[in-house]
Design a protein around this ligand. Structure first.
Ligand SMILES: Nc1nc2c(c(=O)[nH]1)N[C@H]1C(S)=C(S)[C@@H](COP(=O)(O)OP(=O)(O)OC[C@H]3O[C@@H](n4cnc5c(=O)[nH]c(N)nc54)[C@H](O)[C@@H]3O)O[C@H]1N2
Ligand SMILES: Nc1nc2c(c(=O)[nH]1)N[C@H]1C(S)=C(S)[C@@H](COP(=O)(O)OP(=O)(O)OC[C@H]3O[C@@H](n4cnc5c(=O)[nH]c(N)nc54)[C@H](O)[C@@H]3O)O[C@H]1N2
Ligand code: SF4
Ligand SMILES: [Mo]
Length: 772
């Protein structure tokens, strides 16, 4: 599994021979990588960063990555990258890479051997399980896990140890998209694909800052507009960004009122009879779920399971009645005439409409609902499952789709859309895993926010963190950072590649291999599964996360769950069994070696561009046109949901008069551990700033660059303010990015979440802003 240097050199020689024979780029040594005149071997990989999943070519010389470039053969990006992609060759070479296991001794860490570290970890797991039961241990992983790493973790914890305490950071990111898809279509992930960005002409962005967060996809949109003057990009958002700058129209709205806006758009479409009656008759049912569901603020909050009731179109019409453009204008701040205009644009039969969103919808205490409401508009107008006309949920992390969602590394999930609560699903899983059917608990346990609450309370004892930095990225951070070091039987293991705000709270730190230091697979936002081979060795004694998990398995006596010789290949073939025939078909391992990814379902060697659509999706029969075949309960129809507007969990008041929104900037990746170590990126965006509206700044008495103090009910933070910079806050709002490890804005964030998805709302809480 780990390539030794000798194997690598041998492979490189073989690659050279292959290249001389005219082979394309794939892997040093097997199908062959190319070697150029300067002796650089080029292999392919998906980008390490965002869910766009750009293909890159990685140049290796003398065992080091010396260059990367956009892969012209990759359909996602056609040779293009964003600035993070261009600096990929540097992210693994920060001076302080972790290279040896470290064990805490009081306030210090001491170097240890892998054997010592793994022995200690295994002992802590065994002791905790013996004393407190399997639910006292957990693994907290990532949408940046490779498919193999996520699969192994899930199999070990659910199928071996017998606990559903498996969560990915994707709970903070894509969970509302998942529950949105599941409740509307009974199958996770988009029907459309990136081709829609080239083929449509009307693009509604709902608070998605694509110019900074999905730059290559945004450039596809802009390219479409250059070719087709009819294209309109409408940025409906709570703050002005680089995306707004490039859009044809910027529609600012008050935080949380997207629920009301989408209902008002539906209201106009229904009232003016702009809907597609035929489509609705054939493909849609109407439902209403429970409405008093709270905000997840109570301790021990479990995921809420909805209890939907069918309704008629007429009842839905009645439900929409209060959402008049005039009423919603007052709530949202969007003029009534604009709401009507947006609705007519959505419904215009001559226009191909796409909606795009990311964390504005998902990090929302009604995240599931607002995802449902976006689908409603496409279902009413029949603008779905057709080239250039689709709702498109954009994914954040490189494998939030491939690993977190498809493998199902959430507490409530199993692979291929299956649930732990379903007996048949548990049976099927146990059979493929070769474990007793009752090994997998029938109830979900701790979802992410509850996991950190449980650690603080002392209910959770042993926590292993892999490929994520929760003690910078979790909400209500003040509480959770303190909770982590309360002692007792708590024991925290963090696998990372650099020292972070999480490793500083660990008991054991494991130095890990990243990206092309190991073989991996990622699945991107358009259902494209991509593969890469290891191209360089990790530094020092760093080892990959998969090896670490398998080593724990062996030491806990669960080594029999992983009996593979050719580990990745055999694990892939086992994992693939889950999706076959389920609309989630993945191809054999080798099919991904040369391909620049394949979009599932892959049936008879062919990928699928548009799901549920005749002529594209192999599961849809001739004459069916469109079939939401995964929703068997509703006979292959999708659901239009009546979901009301509700206020945010915490809104500004006289003591805390500002909205605080948090998020990202172009140059940095999340907590900044990798991009912060590239001097060019660090220079471009150095320290976090608080973006303020000029009128608010004037009232507070600060000028651009002055320090301001933000205080919420949970914490405070002093930092320079930015007025009129690249991001501009609306009046009464302040925005701070969370990449700066010296400025933990998450101390201020509330841990309220969507009770259905469990995803916290990082976009809204109340703060006061003072001169700092
Ligand atoms: N450069 C860069 N790119 C990235 C990442 C990164 O760290 N850096 N991370 C990746 C990941 S994992 C993710 S999840 C994505 C995130 O991608 P985005 O969601 O596009 O970015 P954020 O900065 O998290 O979100 C900020 C936006 O949320 C919107 N918003 C705030 N409140 C509301 C609301 O009430 N409703 C709606 N509809 N919108 C609201 C605002 O308009 C604001 O601009 O980016 C991915 N790409
Ligand atoms: N305030 C605020 N907080 C947020 C959000 C927000 O919008 N606002 N967004 C949320 C969202 S959408 C997301 S996705 C999360 C992201 O939050 P995190 O996942 O916590 O952030 P990352 O910086 O991506 O952390 C990845 C860690 O893995 C390490 N690493 C890199 N490669 C490897 C590897 O191969 N193996 C191992 N073991 N480690 C590796 C990196 O050094 C880094 O420390 O943040 C959430 N938190
Ligand atoms: S757009 Fe995303 S995947 Fe593409 S190069 Fe930039 S960070 Fe990487
Ligand atoms: Mo994310």
């Amino acid at each position: 599994m780990e390539w030794t240097r000798r194997e690598f050199l041998k492979a490189t020689a073989a690659a050279a021979a292959f290249a001389a024979a005219g082979g394309g780029v794939t892997r040093p040594g097997e199908a062959g990588a190319t070697v150029d005149r300067e002796g650089i071997t080029w292999g392919k990989a998906p980008c390490r960063f965002c869910g766009t999943g750009c293909g890159v070519l990685v140049g290796v010389k003398d065992g080091r990555i010396v260059a990367t470039k956009g892969d012209p053969a990759a359909p996602v990006n056609k040779g293009l990258n964003c600035v993070k992609g261009y600096f990929l060759s540097r992210i693994l070479y920060g001076k302080d890479r972790l290279t040896t296991p470290l064990i805490r001794k009081g306030d210090k860490f001491e170097e240890a051997s892998w054997d010592e570290a793994m022995e200690l970890i295994a002992r802590k797991f065994k002791e905790s399980i013996a004393k407190y039961g399997p639910d006292s241990v957990a693994i907290y992983g990532s949408g940046q896990w490779t498919v193999f790493e996520g699969y192994a973790a899930s199999k070990l914890f659910k199928g071996g140890i017998g606990t559903n305490n498996v969560e990915p950071n994707a709970r903070l990111c894509m969970a509302s998209a998942v529950t949105g898809f599941m409740s509307t279509f009974a199958s996770d992930e988009p029907m459309g694909c990136y081709d829609d960005l080239d083929l449509g002409d009307t693009y509604f962005l709902w608070g998605a800052n694509m110019a900074e967060c999905h730059p290559v996809l945004f450039s596809r949109l802009i390219d479409n507009r250059l070719r087709n003057p009819n294209v309109r990009i409408i940025d409906i958002a709570t703050r002005w960004t680089r995306t707004s700058q490039m859009a044809d129209q910027y529609v600012p709205f008050r935080p949380q009122t997207d629920l009301a806006l989408l209902n008002a758009i539906a209201h106009v479409i229904v009232k003016e009879k702009l809907y597609d009656e035929e489509f609705i008759k054939k493909h849609v049912v109407f439902k209403r779920g429970k409405e008093k569901i709270g905000y997840g603020l109570e301790e021990h909050s479990r995921l809420f399971v909805d209890d939907p009731k069918p309704m008629t179109f007429d009842e839905y019409r009645k439900f929409l009645e209060p959402y008049t453009p005039e009423h919603v204008a007052k709530l949202s701040g969007v003029p009534a005439a604009t709401i009507v205009e947006l609705a007519r644009l959505y419904a215009d039969r001559g226009r191909k409409v796409c909606s795009l969103w990311t964390m504005g919808f998902n990090q929302h205490t009604r995240g599931t609902w607002v995802n449902n409401l976006a689908y409603n508009v496409h279902l009413l107008t029949g603008k779905i499952c057709r080239p250039g006309e689709n709702p498109m949920s954009l994914t954040g992390q490189p494998s939030a789709c491939g690993t977190a969602r498809e493998v199902g590394t959430f507490t409530h999930r199993l692979p291929a859309d299956m649930l732990v609560t379903n007996e048949e699903h548990r049976k099927k899983t146990a059979e493929i895993w070769g474990v007793p059917a009752d090994r997998i608990p029938a109830k979900p346990s701790l979802h992410t926010t509850e996991m950190f609450r449980a650690l603080d309370r002392g209910d959770l004892k042993v926590l292993w963190v892999q490929v994520t930095n929760p003690f910078q990225s979790a909400p209500n951070l003040n509480r959770f950072r303190k909770g982590a070091r309360k002692g007792g039987d708590r024991f925290i293991i963090v696998s990372d590649i650099y020292p972070t705000r999480s490793t500083e709270l660990a008991d054991v730190i494991l130095p890990s291999a990243s990206w092309v230091e190991k073989t991996g697979m990622f699945g991107n936002a358009e259902r494209r599964t991509q593969h890469w081979f290891q191209l360089v060795n990790p530094p020092g004694e760093a080892r990959n996360d998969l090896w670490q998990t398998l080593e724990l398995a062996r030491r806990l006596g669960h080594g029999n769950l992983f009996p593979y010789k050719d580990v990745e290949k055999e694990m892939w073939e086992e994992y693939r069994r889950f999706g076959l025939g389920q609309g989630k078909d993945l191809a054999p391992y080798e099919a991904y070696h040369a391909a620049r990814g394949l979009r599932w379902p892959v049936v008879d060697g062919k990928e699928t561009r548009w799901r549920y659509a005749e002529g594209f999706d192999p599961y849809v029969k001739a004459g069916e046109q469109i079939k939401f075949y995964k929703n068997k309960k509703d006979e292959g129809r999708a659901v239009i949901w009546a979901r009301p507007y509700e206020p945010a969990a915490e809104a500004p008041d006289p003591s805390y008069p500002f909205w605080l929104c948090t998020g990202r900037v172009l140059e940095h990746w999340h907590t900044g551990t990798m991009t912060g170590r590239v001097p060019e990126l660090k220079r471009a965006a150095g320290d976090a700033v608080a973006e303020l509206h000029p009128d608010d700044a004037r009232r507070i008495g600060v000028r651009n660059g002055d320090r301001v103090k933000l205080t919420s009910r949970r914490g405070s933070l002093t930092l320079p303010c930015s007025i009129g910079g690249r991001g501009k806050s609306e009046r009464g709002s302040v925005f701070v990015a969370f990449f700066d490890e010296a400025k933990l804005v998450n101390d201020l964030c509330l841990d309220a979440f969507c009770p259905i998805s469990g995803e916290p709302d990082y976009k809204k809480c109340a703060v006061k802003v003072e001169k700092g």
